[in-house]
Every structure is written in C-alpha cells, then in structure tokens.
Write a protein that binds this ligand. Structure first.
Ligand SMILES: [Zn+2]
Length: 375
C-alpha cells in the first residue's frame, strides 16, 4: 500500500515536473517574440538593401540598352552610306563597261580603216591619195587621211583616259567603302561588348530577384512564427492565474463615485440602461494606474469609450479604464500594480472629465466595488 502511494506520488511529481519544461513562460515567449521580430527587422533591412541594389542594376541595364540603341542606329546609318557607295561603285562599273564597249568598237573601226588602207589599194585611204590630181591636191588629201586617222586615235586615247579616270574613281569609292566597313566593324564590336555587359547585368539582376524571393519567403516564415508565438502568449494569458491580492484603486486620490454600477438612466439619452462600470470624478489629466499586474490587451481608441486601457490580470479577470486623454502603454506590454497607464479625460461618449472603470470576469462586467473594501 505504502509502495503504491509512493509510485502514484512519483508519477504525479513526474507529470508536474514535465509541465514547465515543455510549456515556456510568457516572458520566455515574449523574449522569443522579440528575437523573431529582430530577425524580421534584419531581413527587412536586407530586403531593402537588395532591392536598392536591384534598382541600381536596373538603371545600369537601362543605360546599356540606351548605348545599344545608339550603336544600332550608328550601324544603320553606316550601312546606309555603304549601300550608297555600293550603288555608286556599280554605276562607275557600268560606265566603265560602256567605255570599254566604245573603245572596242572604235578600235574595230580604226582597225577596219587601217586594214582597208593596206589591203585594198583601190579603196580607202590610198585610193584617196593616188586619185589626187596634183601635188597640192595630194598633200591636201594626205593631210586629210592623216587627220582622219589622228581623229580616230584621238577618240581612242580620249576613251582610254576616261576609262582610267573611272577606274581611279572606282578605286577611291572602294577605299572609302572600306573605311566605312572598318567603322562598321568597330561599332559592331562595341555593340557586342555592350551586349555582353548587359547580359551579365541581367544575370546578376535575376540572381538578385531570386535573393529577394528567398528573403521574402524567410520573412513570411518569421512572420508566421511570430504570430504563432503571439497566439501562444494570448493562450498563456488566458490560462494565467489571477495576479492575486487586493486591487489598487485606478484613480489614486479620487474616490467619489459619480455614477454607480447597475441599471440607470443613460447620462446622455435618458433611457434606462445598464452601467457596466463605475464612474469616478477625476480632473483632467489625473494619473490612472493599473489596478494589478498584468498584460495590456488593448490600448487606444474604442468608440464610445474613448481612449481605453484594458489589462488582463490572469484568472479571467481584466480591468478597463475609459475616457482617457492619452494612454501610456501599448498592447502586449506587461504592467505592474500601481503603474501609471494613462491620463484621465473626457474622450468618447462623455459629459465631462471622469474615469469609467470596469472589472470583467471572463469577459462579463461585474461591480468593480466588490473588489475594494471601504466603499
Ligand atoms: Zn461610466
């Protein structure tokens, strides 16, 4: 029997010992939350950094694209010039062909004439010469023949010199074209370099984009983790035992109840309604303190209540201080008994400066004065 009791005790002890080990305390969770939030901050910073780097690279790519565009247009205009030169060269070639034809037909003509002079004594130059009547006539005729031949030769010489000129002009055009080809090659190689640089930047940018995606995923994971921790904290707060002990009066030095808890005519509209707390007469900007230690579950504007502070004291007990001018605490903040949490006022639906004070048990209002002796 004693042995059994001992075993049972040992098992119970084991169970109780196991509880704190697996469930961390609220302050542990709050530290974990802070750590996670710090990590989120550093990831956010890193994201900003990478995004600004990406922006810089984008600008550089834009600039390189601009350079590529201007090189392409330079290439286009060089190509235009090359085409014009090609046409000019072709025109010169056609002229040269024409001249060559002229030369060959004139050469043929001259050859025919000369052949006729020697071959056929009766016809042609010699006939002309020997048919002369006298010396003067002979001389005149000889001179005429010479002139005809001279003229044929002159025409040929003229044509040949024209051909030479055309050939020179063509060579000049070719050399000019060659210069343009070289300029074109130069521009093309420049464009090639810029395109390589631009592709490298694009690769870098896509790696930055991957980096951004990765950081965003990490950020999301941490955000999920932090909201999970926040939920755990809320759960812990719900499970939390009441801070214990007697509550401190939320408006130190002011104890006049101007409107009690319970059914009453509505102060603004007159209809009969439930007053869910007590009103305490306090001047503007008086200190309002936490009635007990706990965690702030809401701090800020809350409609007809004006600026409120809602504190969870554990064990399902929370207190609410309303109509404040300003609040000094934030949601999730731990407060100690008597700590100043706000300054009184008349915000929300209120007829003048006062503190509306509620005590809630598991969310339902109750008479706050039940928690104080001396009223
Ligand atoms: Zn009230």
């Amino acid at each position: 029997m004693i042995r059994k009791v001992f075993i049972l005790f040992a098992v119970v002890a084991l169970v109780f010992a196991a509880v704190p080990a697996e469930a961390s305390s609220i302050s542990d969770l709050q530290n974990e939350l802070k750590n996670t939030e710090n990590k989120i901050d550093s990831i956010t910073d890193k994201l900003k950094e990478v995004k600004s780097e990406k922006y810089g690279v984008e600008k550089q790519i834009e600039e390189l694209d601009g350079q590529i565009r201007s090189l392409v247009s330079e290439e286009d205009s060089l190509n235009d010039v090359v085409t014009v030169l090609e046409n000019n060269i072709a025109a010169k070639e056609a002229e040269i062909e024409q001249i060559k034809d002229d030369i060959s037909s004139n050469t043929e003509l001259l050859e025919d004439r000369l052949r006729a002079m020697y071959k056929n004594g009766a016809v042609g130059y010699l006939e002309v010469l020997f048919n002369a009547d006298d010396v003067v006539d002979f001389m005149t005729r000889a001179d005429m023949v010479q002139r005809v031949v001279n003229s044929d030769v002159e025409i040929l010489e003229n044509l040949e010199s024209q051909q030479t000129e055309l050939e020179i002009a063509k060579l000049e055009l070719k050399s000019e074209q060659n210069n343009y080809y070289m300029a074109l090659e130069d521009v093309q190689s420049k464009r090639n370099d810029v395109e390589i640089a631009s592709r490298a930047k694009e690769t870098y940018m896509s790696s930055l984009e991957d980096n951004i995606e990765e950081l965003k995923r990490e950020e999301q994971k941490l955000l999920d983790a932090s909201s999970e921790i926040e939920n755990k904290i809320k759960q812990k707060q719900l499970e939390m035992k009441y801070a214990g002990g007697e509550m401190a009066w939320p408006a130190p030095g002011y104890y006049r109840i101007t409107s009690p808890y319970g059914m009453r005519p509505h102060p603004l509209y007159g209809y009969w309604s439930m007053h869910t707390g007590v009103d305490v007469g306090v001047p503007m900007r008086s200190n309002i303190v936490a009635p007990n230690s706990g965690v702030v579950t809401y701090a800020g504007w809350y409609g007809a209540y004006g600026n409120i502070v809602l504190i969870d004291h554990g064990g399902g007990i929370s207190t609410l201080m309303a109509h404040n001018t300003s609040v000094l605490v934030t949601e999730g903040q731990s407060v100690t008994k008597g700590q100043i949490v706000s300054y009184s006022g008349t915000t929300g639906m209120s007829t003048g400066p006062h503190l509306h004070f509620e005590v809630r048990v598991n969310g339902s209002h109750t008479n706050p004065l039940d928690y104080y002796s001396g009223f």
